[in-house]
Design a protein around this ligand. Structure first.
Ligand code: ADP
Length: 704
């Protein structure tokens, strides 16, 4: 009750006044006071109902819930008031409104167990004097649904009882929480993308006036452009300073909005000059988004593509080189074939003319013919070497690596150079080759290596000199050494020893050569996983040493020498022989040459089929004693012809000898596999042909 409501001192009844007027006055005063009191009561009642109306309205219509929390000094907590909204918010029984203690406990029960610890924190803050408490927590509604609630409490102290009374508001902020959570996750994702992508992601906003503003760029930008560590986060435009001057205008041009198609990403590539990494290539893509005000937002990604670019460039160069190599190889192969055919005539007829004993030629002419043959042979060896080298370099030299007995391969090689050694009066020695020395190598190619080195040892020697072959094992490798007592090589010459076509001055010495032999040797040794080393003293001689893998495998049977190098036969010309030879050949010059050669054996008869079909018909009509087959007939290949012959039972056993300008080892091996007795390459060596025929004509035919 305030002072206004209390009866005033002036209104105290005067008990002294006995007169009727004073009684009347007194009565009037009482009446007035009563009326005043009633008016006051009515006013209070109105105010009360207004307050109740307000409280009810607030209680029902305030979004969320309102509470009054009574925090008593004895740790007792109760909720004397809670709005309807609170019951709805926390899904509580409205009957609890009449039981403040139970209501408090029910509210605590609703708080998610993970968040109940917050209560302790709030209590502590209140104990520490805080008058405002706020926090978000999760609740679990009766149906198990989880919601997020934001609570704010303000305190008013109730001094009379030492209670503190807190007024608060609770609101459902589940949607806001979920959005915040999603925002947080997006933010984390963006950050981790920025950190982990190899390049940078960015957003550049270009104002309607065309001014670019870097609105976002991921953290890697500092590394990508090597920006100073103290570059302010909003000053990413400094990366423009790193762009190569020649590319800067192009990069600015990228951001122009003219003719922009916002449905297509824009790809770009430019160079940067970085303080430590130097010149780097960056590339990326950006997608423009045109805004209604005419500005454009670019969303893009840029990364360092220097390595990919170098790789791509290298790939392009490698492909170009491969194509060039391929073309070179094909050209050489075709050229070799084209040149071998006329060389066949040059060498073959030169050999025939030298054999002519008819006295038509004098010694001078014979000398000239010898020169023609020599020049032809030289051309042939250049041709073979160039072809070999090109095949090695094009990676098209098939190797047949197997265990080889060094003794046998050395013997083969020595046999092949023995004539040359005799002519140069050089002694060949091979006493010091360790027994059972077995090397992992391609037999034909190893022999080629040894022959090349032996030929050099003989050529660059002095009459009466020596060439020695030694062989031993060293660790896991075989060492083969070719030592000569020849002219030797200076250090300067050794430095250029393995350069193609560099003859190191030998071109002025009159010693024949092409300058490719050692290059081929080196490449072959490398291909067979080996190494080569040279020691030499001018005037004293040279020593070439090759290392190849040692093997403990049993050496393959070395008796079978590949067809190309079939040693000349030993059949005697003196034996009377009669035989029919069928020659399948479409080239008239070759036919003429072979006819001339066969004339040297009057007992032999030569039939010629000028196409595959004609040769087959002739063979079927009169099965020959031997077939000479050119491998490139006009209407079919030599293989087609022998296949057709195999289908005729009578022709299956006829021995076949291949004649071809194609000297590729794989062709030779293929012919061997198809049952050819021999494979003679053009240009034809007349003597070799004669010996081959001698050897392969069936003995019955020879002795008839
Ligand atoms: P070539 O066909 O000229 O012999 P090579 O490639 O085999 O070609 O050798 C290259 C050059 O190395 C030769 O021209 C020669 O000058 C020199 N050479 C090679 N082997 C020897 C050796 N054993 N003694 C001296 N010089 C050699």
């Amino acid at each position: 009750m305030d002072a206004q409501d209390a009866p005033s001192a002036g209104a105290t009844p005067d008990r002294q006044g006995p007169s009727g007027s004073s009684l009347h006055d007194e009565l009037e005063r009482v009446r007035a006071a009563l009326a005043q009191s009633q008016a006051r009561e009515a006013e209070l009642s109105t105010r009360l109902s207004h307050c109740e109306y307000l409280v009810k309205g607030l209680s029902r219509h305030t979004p969320g819930g309102l509470i009054v929390l009574d925090r008593q000094p004895d740790q007792h907590r109760r909720i004397p008031y809670a709005s309807d909204g609170l019951f709805a918010l926390l899904d509580l029984d409205p009957a609890l409104a009449s039981d403040p203690d139970a209501l408090f406990l029910a509210m605590v029960q609703r708080i998610h167990p993970e968040h109940r610890a917050m209560i302790g924190k709030w209590e502590a803050a209140a104990d520490a004097g805080s008058r405002q408490l706020a926090g978000d927590f999760k609740i679990t509604r009766a149906n198990g649904e989880e919601r997020w609630i934001a609570m704010q409490l303000g305190m008013q102290v109730d001094d009379h009882h030492g209670h503190s009374i807190w007024f608060g508001m609770l609101q459902d902020v589940t949607d806001r929480q979920h959005m915040a959570q999603r925002l947080h996750e997006r933010d984390l994702l963006l950050k981790s993308l920025g950190r982990n992508l190899p390049g940078i992601i960015y957003k550049v906003w270009v104002s309607p006036q065309g001014e670019p503003h870097m609105q976002y760029v991921s953290a890697q930008v500092k590394q990508l452009y090597e920006l100073p560590a103290d570059t302010p986060p909003n000053d990413w435009n400094r990366h423009y300073e790193r762009i190569h001057p020649d590319d800067a205008a192009g990069v600015r041009q990228l951001l122009t909005t003219e003719g922009l198609d916002s449905s297509k990403p824009v790809s770009y590539e430019y160079r940067v000059l970085l303080p430590s990494k130097g010149l780097r290539w960056l590339a990326g893509q950006a997608m423009p988004m045109t805004e209604p005000d005419g500005s454009v937002s670019w969303y893009g990604y840029t990364s360092d593509v220097t390595e990919q670019k170098l790789y791509a460039d290298a790939m392009i160069s490698a492909k170009a080189a491969e194509r060039a190599n391929q073309a070179k190889s094909e050209f050489l192969s075709r050229m070799s074939h084209e040149l071998r055919t006329p060389l066949n005539a040059v060498i073959g007829f030169a050999q025939l003319l030298q054999m002519d004993r008819s006295q038509v030629f004098g010694d001078t002419q014979r000398g000239h013919v010898r020169l023609i043959e020599k020049a032809g042979q030289h051309l042939l060896s250049v041709l073979s070497d160039v072809l070999d080298l090109s095949r090695i370099e094009a990676g098209r030299l098939p190797l047949d690596m197997s265990a080889q007995d060094c003794r046998h391969v050395v013997d083969d090689a020595l046999q092949m150079v023995s004539d040359l050694a005799r002519r140069h009066r050089i002694t060949l020695r091979d006493d010091d080759i360790a027994p059972h020395l077995t090397v992992q190598a391609d037999r034909v190619r190893l022999r080629q290596v040894l022959v090349n080195l032996l030929v050099n040892g003989i050529k660059y020697n002095r009459p009466g000199g020596e060439v020695t072959v030694n062989g031993w094992s060293d660790g896991g490798r075989v060492v083969l050494e070719i030592r000569d007592s020849g002219i030797g090589l200076s250090a300067d010459q050794r430095a250029h020893l393995f350069e193609p076509f560099n003859r190191l001055g030998a071109e002025r010495s009159g010693i024949e050569g092409t300058g490719i032999g050692l290059v081929i040797v080196q490449r072959l040794v490398t291909l067979m996983q080996g190494d080569i080393e040279v020691e030499s003293t001018p005037g004293q001689g040279s020593c070439f040493r090759i290392w190849l893998p040692l093997t403990v495998d049993t050496p393959v049977d070395s008796g079978a020498i590949p067809l190309d190098d079939t040693p000349v036969g030993t059949a005697s010309k003196d034996k009377p022989m009669t035989a029919t030879i069928l020659y399948a050949e479409d080239n008239e010059v070759n036919v003429l040459l072979v006819q001339e050669v066969i004339r040297m054996r009057p007992q032999w008869q030569l039939q010629v089929g000028r196409s595959g079909a004609q040769a087959l018909a002739l063979a079927q009509a009169h099965p020959p004693d031997l077939m000479l087959v050119d491998m490139h007939l006009g209407d079919m290949t030599g293989f087609d012809l022998v296949d057709a012959m195999d289908r005729d039972g009578r022709l299956r056993t006829v021995p076949r000898v291949a004649l071809s300008a194609d000297a590729m080892p794989d062709r030779i091996h293929a012919a061997q596999d198809r049952g050819f007795k021999a494979y003679l390459t053009k240009p034809l060596d007349v003597m070799a042909l004669l010996h081959c025929l001698d050897e392969h004509l069936p003995s019955s035919a020879r002795t008839q």
